[in-house]
Design a protein around this ligand. Structure first.
Ligand code: 6GU
Length: 230
């Protein structure tokens, strides 16, 4: 899987990808992250990438030319035919695990990070295939959301996580939140690990965990609980 990121802040990605579990996926050659600075593609002599909105109003809008030329460069240099281009915006469809799963099937993904008051609408018409938001709050730019997509999609690609980090049993599988986990010591500050986890009886352990998952989901996320019961 190749991620191609269009941004005005390329350093954010380079530093994040150099750390964390993402790094392993990159080193193994399973994922590739290419970062493109939109400003490098500006035809303006001062490398300007924004301008005042037609019709007036507060803030600046990202101009279409640098974004469009960055896109052209990406698809031409990487031989991409019909790319999925995801624009990160609070106006987008709210992100969730099933969207990550859907995107993880693609060979190439282009992520477009916006800034200021947004981007010229014609870019949406010309190149954007998906608009994604990461939740109902406002951020200053699409870079953190893009990293969230990269992280959540990468870990679904076989070989990025190892056995111990497996994603088979985790929150949001079957719309249930994860059961509580315990490790050594058996007693900490007077608090004991639930007896059943020490029993070695895997049928009982599975049953206990499943019940805990249901209990916590019902309590904290009645919306997910309803779906889980379907
Ligand atoms: Cl994708 N972008 C920005 N700027 N703010 C957000 C967002 C995205 N998702 C939630 N808030």
């Amino acid at each position: 899987m190749r991620f191609h990121i269009m941004t005005l802040f390329p350093d954010i990605f380079n530093s994040y990808m150099g750390e964390s579990i993402m790094k392993r996926g990159v080193e193994k050659g399973i994922i590739e992250v290419n970062v493109y600075n939109i400003r490098d593609f500006s035809n303006n002599k001062h490398k300007k990438v924004d301008d005042y909105p037609f019709g007036g109003g507060a803030g600046m809008v990202m101009t279409p030319q640098p974004i469009y030329d960055t896109y052209k460069h990406i698809i031409e240099t990487n031989n991409i035919e019909k790319p999925r281009v995801i624009y990160l915006t609070p106006k987008g469809k709210v992100y969730k695990q099933s969207i990550a799963q859907d995107i993880s099937k693609e060979e190439d993904i282009i992520l477009l990070c916006g800034h200021y008051e947004g981007i010229d609408e014609r870019i949406l018409e010309l190149i954007v295939t998906d608009e994604v938001s990461i939740g109902d709050y406002v951020l200053t730019g699409g870079e953190l959301p893009a990293l969230i997509l990269i992280d959540s999609i990468s870990r679904l690609i076989p070989g990025v996580l190892n056995q111990n980090e497996s994603f088979e049993e985790e929150s949001f599988k079957d719309n249930l939140l994860e059961y509580p986990q315990y490790t050594r010591p058996r007693e900490f500050m007077g608090l004991e690990v639930p007896e059943v986890l020490l029993s070695g009886n895997h049928k009982n352990i599975d049953e206990w965990r499943h019940n805990e998952s249901i209990k916590i989901t019902k309590e904290r996320r009645p919306d997910l609980y309803k779906k889980a019961c379907k």
